[in-house]
Design a protein around this ligand. Structure first.
Ligand SMILES: NC(=O)c1ccc[n+]([C@@H]2O[C@H](COP(=O)([O-])OP(=O)(O)OC[C@H]3O[C@@H](n4cnc5c(N)ncnc54)[C@H](O)[C@@H]3O)[C@@H](O)[C@H]2O)c1
Length: 374
């Protein structure tokens, strides 16, 4: 059987482009932090441009719902996502709920015939992710996942370089999403049952996705790794994200590392932490190819570097100008445009599922002490 992430299974593109020349009805589920800070402001701009209409908002917390409606409405408001999905004016859905609440509304949205963008990670695990991708494929609707970092100017420039063959064969990647002291204290980020995991699933997901995308999504064949909790159960440590974490409500790892091998012979090392005695926060990936290497710092495009050997000389080069990009806004614009133009989404559910499958395998390897082979 083919893997769910095979390119020929990528969902979307089946529907006719019935949306040209009129605003698409948007329904957003989960009007909390990320929705109010970046998703809804992006839709508001697109609404001003006549491309969408914010039709409906949903949250189980009436105060969050009222707050979002006051800022981004007036829209129809719901405390139950099933009711939002029953609204025929909602054509495209945006799911910004916590990870454990990604799969149920996404599957229900596809069953209701809507297009979907869902925040990252795809779900708390790959089993749920598979249900979501299968539902998207069955519905023939667009399914994008919120791996917004791909839209940055640095990553886009490097992707063009890779696609032009400038790195040659990429055979190794080193990906780091490391915080020295950065435990998110809002939401459910330290609760395994609601979040699916710790830094690996929260921020490791971005850097792994970035690396796989730049590598051209080679098929993984094996994963080994370790997930550890060395600080989460302790008290008295600094947390640069404000208040201290609650050691009694810390059921995720605070550090993870893994090693992935791919069918084409390439390999990748992944490191991720909420707490680590490291110099500083790092959101970085290095790719090593037969013709060149690159370094990407996702917090600072100016640190982008390209390493080559040309005409008997070793060169370090860097882009002279990269425009600042609001990556979340760009991701929403891209989602909406893919619906209008009836073209494939930029971050398909299938690729987010591949990320989730690797992360699941890393956790499994940590639990069993063995390499996981696909
Ligand atoms: N891409 C990024 O940069 C980025 C950044 C932050 C968060 N996120 C992702 O966004 C998601 C939400 O994170 P957040 O920080 O906004 O969390 P949050 O807790 O601030 O917001 C989530 C909201 O969902 C609501 N909710 C929960 N269950 C619901 C349900 N059944 N129906 C309707 N609403 C429901 C909550 O009441 C809350 O208001 C997570 O999956 C997270 O990984 C992504």
């Amino acid at each position: 059987m083919a893997n769910a992430w095979d390119a020929d299974l990528i969902s979307g593109g089946a529907s006719s482009s019935e949306y040209k020349g009129r605003p698409i009805g948007i329904g957003l589920i989960g009007t909390g932090g990320i929705a109010q800070s970046v998703h809804l402001p992006a839709y508001k701009k697109l609404q001003d441009e006549g491309k969408v209409r914010i039709v409906a908002l949903c949250d189980i917390k009436p105060n969050k719902l009222a707050e979002a409606n006051a800022k981004f409405g007036p829209a129809q408001t719901y405390e139950n996502y099933e009711e939002l999905l029953a609204n025929p004016e909602v054509e495209a859905v945006d799911v910004c709920t916590p990870n454990y609440m990604h799969m149920p509304p996404v599957v229900a949205a596809f069953e209701a015939g809507k297009h979907v963008i869902c925040e990252k990670p795809i779900a708390i695990d790959s089993k749920q992710g598979q249900l979501m991708v299968a539902a998207a494929q069955k519905a023939g609707k667009k399914f994008q996942v919120g791996l917004n970092m791909r839209f940055g100017a640095g990553p886009q420039a490097i992707k063009r370089l890779v696609d032009a063959g400038k790195l040659g064969e990429i055979y190794y990647a080193r990906a780091q999403a490391i915080r020295r002291r950065g435990v998110p204290m809002w939401g459910v980020f330290t609760e395994k049952d609601k979040q699916g995991g710790g830094p690996l699933i929260d921020i490791g997901v971005h850097i792994l996705d970035m690396s796989l995308w730049l590598m051209g999504h080679p098929k993984p064949v094996s994963v080994s790794g370790t997930a550890a909790t060395k600080f989460g159960h302790r008290t008295g440590h600094i947390n640069l994200f404000g208040q201290p974490w609650d050691p009694n409500n810390f059921t995720v790892e605070d550090f993870a590392s893994g090693y992935v091998k791919f069918e084409n012979g390439a390999s990748l090392v992944l490191e991720s932490s909420f707490v680590l005695n490291n110099d500083r926060e790092r959101f970085e990936t290095s790719l090593y190819g037969t013709e060149g290497g690159v370094f990407l710092d996702l917090h600072n495009d100016d640190n982008t570097r390209i390493y080559t050997e040309e005409a008997g000389t070793l060169f370090d080069s860097q882009p002279v100008f990269l425009p600042g990009v609001a990556t979340h806004e760009q991701e929403i614009r891209s989602y909406v445009q893919s619906i209008i133009d009836d073209k494939a989404v930029a971050v398909p559910g299938e690729q987010a599922l591949m990320v989730s499958t690797i992360l699941d395998a890393l956790y499994e390897s940590s639990d069993t002490g063995r390499e996981v082979r696909f």
